[in-house]
Design a protein around this ligand. Structure first.
Ligand SMILES: *Cc1c(COP(=O)(O)O)cnc(C)c1O
Length: 470
C-alpha cells in the first residue's frame, strides 16, 4: 500500500476526543471513569495506527476494526482495571506453595481482618490507660499460652516482623553485629526466593564462622571455633533439602549444653516452625517450636505463613532479655508489620489455643486421608467420563512445601487427565486460563490434579473447566 492510501486510512481514524464525545465513548467514560477511558481509547487507536503504518490493515480491515472499536476499548478498559492479584485453584498438591501465596488464611482470620482493618483499631492504643500502647500485645498473650513453660508466662517473649528472613536479620544484627556467629557448613542453606544464610549474615554485620563439613559436623567443631569474638551459636533447619548417607549433626540438646556452658545463646532458624506436633499427621521430621522451647534453645525464628498457617510474618520467640534487645533495635521499627498481619495472626493463634486445628486450612489439608481425597477424585472423574477427556484416579504424593523436608510427603489420590490430541502442557495452559485459573502438575505426559489442596467447594469448578475444554 502506498503512503497516499495509508494517509487515507489514517484520516478515517477518529481522534481520542472525537471518540469520547460519541455516545458509546461517553458511556464508557461514565462507567469506568474518564481518565481510564481516555487511556484505553488512546491505546487502542495507537495500535490501529501502527497496524495501518505496517500495512497490516487495508480498507476492509480498518472498517471491521472501527465497527469493533467500542468493544476493543471496553475490553482494554476491563483488563487494565481488573485486579492483577486474584484467587487461583491450587490443584498441585503442594500445600504451602510459595508461588501461590503459601498458607490460605483461616475463616476466623478473614473475619477478624474484615472487622478490624476497615475501621480504626486499638493497634497501638492502650484502652485501659487511654494512652499509647504496643502493637505486640495483641499476639503476645496468645504466644504466652502456647509457648510458655507451665505457669510461667514470663519465661518466653515473642515479637513479629515482616517475614522469617527479617527475623533472622534482626536477630543476627542485634546479637552479633561486629562479632562472630558459628554455623555448621551443612546448614548454609539457600531457600527459594534468594534467602541465603551467608548473605543475610553479612547484611546483619555479623561474621560467619563456618565449622565442620557439608555432611558431618560434631559438637567439638563448634567448641573449637569459640573465641572471644563469638556471640552466638546458630542452628539452621535444613528445610528444603536433606543430607543422607555418611552424616553427623549434633543434637539440639548437645548444642544447648555447649552454648550455655560457654555463656553463649543458641539461636535456631526453624524456617517452617509448626505450633503442633506433626507426628500424628504422618510428618515426623518437621520442626516444631515447642520442641525447640523444651530443648531450651534461647531464640527461635520461624515463618507465619508456612506450617503455622497464618499470614506472611517472621516470629521470634525466646528468652525475654534477648527479645527485649531485639525490640530496642531500630531495625525492628523498619521490619514491623501492619494491623492486617496482627489480625490474621491473632485469629489463627486463637484457633491453636482452642485446639481447633481444622480451622486452619493448611493443617486441615494435611489431615485429609488418602481415602477422603480419593473419594472426591472418583466423584469428579465419574462426572467427566465422556468426550475426549480421559480421567484416571491414581496413587501419588502431596507435598508439604514452604521449606518442609523433601521427604515430608503425604500419600494421596490424583486425577490423571489427558484430552484428545492436546498435549499435557496445552491442557495445563487451558486450565490456567480458566476463571478462576486452575494450577495443576504436569508429569509423564499427563495433567495431575491433587484435590488435597483444592477447597471442596472448588471441585465443581474444576469439573466445569474440564468439561468446557473437552
Ligand atoms: C522459609 C525459610 C526462611 C525464609 O522465611 P520467609 O518467611 O520466607 O522469609 C528462612 N529460613 C529457613 C530455614 C526457611 O525454611
Amino acid at each position: 500500500m502506498n503512503s497516499a492510501a495509508k494517509a487515507e486510512l489514517f484520516r478515517e481514524l477518529p481522534s481520542v476526543d472525537e471518540f469520547l464525545r460519541t455516545s458509546a465513548g461517553a458511556s464508557l467514560s461514565s462507567q469506568y471513569g474518564s481518565a481510564p477511558a481516555t487511556d484505553a481509547t488512546r491505546a487502542v487507536l495507537a495500535r490501529l495506527r501502527e497496524e495501518i503504518a505496517s500495512g497490516l490493515l487495508d480498507v476492509r480491515g480498518l472498517r471491521l476494526a472501527l465497527d469493533g472499536l467500542t468493544g476493543a476499548i471496553e475490553s482494554n478498559l476491563r483488563q487494565s482495571l481488573n485486579h492483577s492479584l486474584r484467587p487461583v485453584i491450587n490443584a498441585t498438591g503442594v500445600i504451602l506453595h510459595t508461588n501461590l501465596g503459601r498458607a490460605p488464611l483461616a475463616q476466623a482470620a478473614l473475619e477478624h481482618i474484615l472487622e478490624t482493618a476497615g475501621r480504626y483499631t486499638n493497634l497501638e492504643f492502650n484502652l485501659e490507660a487511654g494512652e499509647r500502647g504496643k502493637r505486640d500485645v495483641h499476639v503476645e498473650r496468645l504466644f504466652h499460652r502456647l509457648l510458655a513453660d507451665e505457669g510461667h508466662a514470663e519465661s518466653v517473649s515473642t515479637i513479629v516482623v515482616n517475614n522469617n528472613a527479617a527475623a533472622v536479620l534482626l536477630a543476627l544484627n542485634t546479637l552479633a553485629e561486629g562479632s562472630e556467629v558459628i554455623v555448621s557448613r551443612g546448614e548454609l542453606v539457600e531457600i527459594g526466593g534468594s534467602f541465603r544464610i551467608p548473605d543475610v549474615m553479612s547484611k546483619s554485620g555479623a561474621t560467619l564462622r563456618e565449622v565442620g563439613t557439608t555432611n558431618r559436623t560434631r559438637v567439638g567443631d563448634y567448641e573449637k571455633a569459640i573465641n572471644e569474638r563469638t556471640r552466638l551459636l546458630l542452628r539452621v533447619h535444613r528445610s528444603n533439602f536433606e543430607i543422607t548417607g555418611f552424616t553427623e549433626q549434633p543434637s539440639l540438646s548437645e548444642l544447648v549444653e555447649l552454648a550455655h556452658r560457654r555463656g553463649l545463646p543458641l539461636m535456631e532458624d526453624l524456617g517452617s516452625g509448626a505450633l503442633v506436633d506433626l507426628h500424628s499427621f504422618g510428618l515426623p521430621n518437621e520442626p516444631n517450636v515447642l520442641d525447640s522451647r523444651r530443648a531450651e534453645v534461647d531464640i527461635v525464628t520461624y515463618s507465619g505463613d508456612k506450617l503455622l498457617g497464618a499470614a506472611q510474618a517472621g516470629l521470634i520467640s525466646g528468652r525475654p532479655d534477648l527479645i527485649a534487645r531485639l525490640r530496642a533495635n531500630s531495625l525492628f521499627r523498619a521490619l514491623r508489620v501492619d494491623k492486617l498481619t496482627y489480625a490474621a495472626l491473632e485469629a489463627t493463634l486463637l484457633a491453636y489455643v482452642k485446639r481447633d486445628n481444622d480451622a486452619i486450612p493448611a493443617l486441615r489439608m494435611m489431615r485429609l486421608s488418602k481415602e477422603e481425597v480419593g473419594s472426591r477424585a472418583e466423584e469428579l472423574a465419574e462426572n467427566l467420563a465422556s468426550g475426549k477427556m480421559r480421567v484416571q484416579v491414581i496413587d501419588g504424593e502431596s507435598i508439604i512445601g514452604g521449606g518442609a523436608a523433601p521427604s515430608s510427603v503425604l500419600p494421596t489420590r490424583l486425577l490423571a487427565v489427558t484430552c484428545g490430541d492436546l498435549s499435557a502442557d496445552q491442557l495445563a495452559t487451558h486450565l490456567r486460563r480458566s476463571d478462576p485459573p486452575i494450577i495443576a502438575r504436569v508429569e509423564d505426559g499427563r495433567v495431575l490434579i491433587d484435590l488435597r489442596t483444592v477447597f471442596p467447594d472448588q471441585d465443581s469448578l474444576i469439573a466445569a473447566a474440564l468439561a468446557r475444554i473437552a
